[in-house]
Write a protein that binds this ligand. Sequence first.
Ligand SMILES: CC(C)(COP(=O)(O)OP(=O)(O)OC[C@H]1O[C@@H](n2cnc3c(N)ncnc32)[C@H](O)[C@@H]1OP(=O)(O)O)[C@@H](O)C(=O)NCCC(=O)NCCS
Length: 176
Amino acid sequence: MATWFSASGPEEGLHRMTKNSMLIRPLREDDISICAEMVASAPLWQRYGLTPEIAAKRLQDALANDGLLLVADDGSGKPVGFVWMLRRGAFDLSAYIRWLVVASTQRSKGVGQKLLAAAEAQVQPPVRDVFLLCADFNGDAQRFYEREGYRQMGTIPDYVITGVAEYIYRKRLSPP
Ligand SMILES: CC(C)(COP(=O)(O)OP(=O)(O)OC[C@H]1O[C@@H](n2cnc3c(N)ncnc32)[C@H](O)[C@@H]1OP(=O)(O)O)[C@@H](O)C(=O)NCCC(=O)NCCS
């Protein structure tokens, strides 16, 4: 039986869809091309030179290497967004959100919030923090993450591409 995820953690069994609900489930091999296209078609990642081929290869590797990959499924089986988290991807100590994207037609409906919450719910002690990077020009995502409890901790200039600074965001999930 498939393992399905809710914002509160993994659960066995299939969740029934309600009209306004969105299933969060593990990403499957056959989701990769849609997810890669979602990333590569976002103006954000086009600025970083990401193509569908590169995105698909990274997702394949992440799937093979135990990355946490969850998709939002509107019930049709087709992903409308996904999150990729490395469980110890920051400083070998904290979780790191590598990619979070929602299809452009499905934004501002709470899908991103659900994906982020589902990824956070998979963080297990002793890991207590989630980190991520957000481009200085991506004001919408900065607002989104701040609303979800992330705090800007610093800036890395010219990190991924020249002329763009990456803001470091952190959320502490549990007290020391
Ligand atoms: C950033 C991103 C993942 C957010 O996903 P999303 O599904 O649009 O996010 P949410 O809907 O949960 O929240 C975003 C907005 O919807 C609103 N919202 C949240 N839940 C809602 C709901 N149930 N109904 C209507 N609106 C809702 C929020 O108020 C928020 O508005 P604001 O940004 O004006 O403050 C998405 O915009 C995206 O894919 N962007 C491009 C890629 C990107 O920048 N990724 C992050 C890289 S660091």
